[in-house]
Design a protein around this ligand. Sequence first.
Ligand SMILES: Cc1cc2nc3c(=O)[nH]c(=O)nc-3n(C[C@H](O)[C@H](O)[C@H](O)COP(=O)(O)OP(=O)(O)OC[C@H]3O[C@@H](n4cnc5c(N)ncnc54)[C@H](O)[C@@H]3O)c2cc1C
Length: 325
Amino acid sequence: MASWRRIIESTLKKSLSNSSLILRKIPLAGFTSYRIGGNAEWLIIINSIKDLKTVLKFISEYDIPFFIIGAGSNLLISDQGLKGITIKLGKSFCYIKVLPNSSKNQVVLKIGASTTLAQIVNYCKNHNMSGAEFLWGIPGTFGGAIKNNAGAFNHDLGEKIVLVFGIDKNGNELSLRRDEIDFNYRKTSIPDDIVITSGCISLYYGNRKEIKNKLSSYTVLRRNTQPHGFSAGCVFKNPLTFPAGKLIEMVGLKGFIYDGAGISSKHANFIVNYKRASMLKIYELIQKIKVKVENYTGIILEEEIEILPKTKEVNKWLDLKKSLV
Ligand SMILES: Cc1cc2nc3c(=O)[nH]c(=O)nc-3n(C[C@H](O)[C@H](O)[C@H](O)COP(=O)(O)OP(=O)(O)OC[C@H]3O[C@@H](n4cnc5c(N)ncnc54)[C@H](O)[C@@H]3O)c2cc1C
């Protein structure tokens, strides 16, 4: 079989519409909130369902490693970048529609996967729709937020989901009802090889003043508790016993600076990329925190951010580095 690398331009490029883009060796740092990450071997920006199906069938036929990137706000990507194909959904997947089965009080929105959470919350505010305010301040896309079951202030997106639409690795369209998906703490049962294209959420009509007040209070809460700068939000999931940030503070690491990166002195569960830190430095810092917290408290912290790539070689390399910490 011909190597996919040799034919990707000749075959795939020709089968896609002009609105989708196939790009080679694109630095992923510009696509992540950490501003870290080496080159995507190929980055394909997709702007139609038909093109998405074509790309997924090509990936499947040649068994190509692939990754779907949203706003890159929960990712720590290796400085070596990602092999294979990175898929990003473009502007055609950015929309919000009110579905006709909405009633006087209840409203169902169909939202494209590349719509940002900020766009959703602003739309809801402007149309007096309530129930999505808790998403305010989470810098992701709707697709990434569904996949991660993003949440804050004691709510998560799973509570609002009615349906999720996607394309599987063979290019087939699928829809999943809420009760067919397990929504857990910052994860779902949606398989990694399904590209979420859109979803429906159920909200209700509310009072604009109350919606605005809620958003203002969330803005203040975030401003007072979270640092500015390049980060991916909370690095660790909160264990049942203590918040991860408190544990990190308890072991004396709050404010610790490490080669261009640092543990925020405002919120110890944030690692900030202050001065062009490498992925490895952030990774080492994560290991230092884990080792110290486990030694002092016996609690093993689990990463909330996703570290990429997930291949065996990289894990071996990372384990080696871990042993040096
Ligand atoms: C300052 C800051 C504050 C944050 N606060 C919060 C918070 O309060 N609560 C919270 O939950 N998170 C928070 N986060 C983390 C992050 O914003 C969320 O996890 C967000 O939902 C990730 O969305 P994304 O589009 O950036 O996804 P990415 O980071 O790009 O990807 C995350 C995962 O989703 C998958 N994915 C992305 N798009 C699709 C798609 N279309 N189909 C299938 N899979 C897809 C990716 O493959 C990856 O596995 C914060 C991050 C930052 C930087």
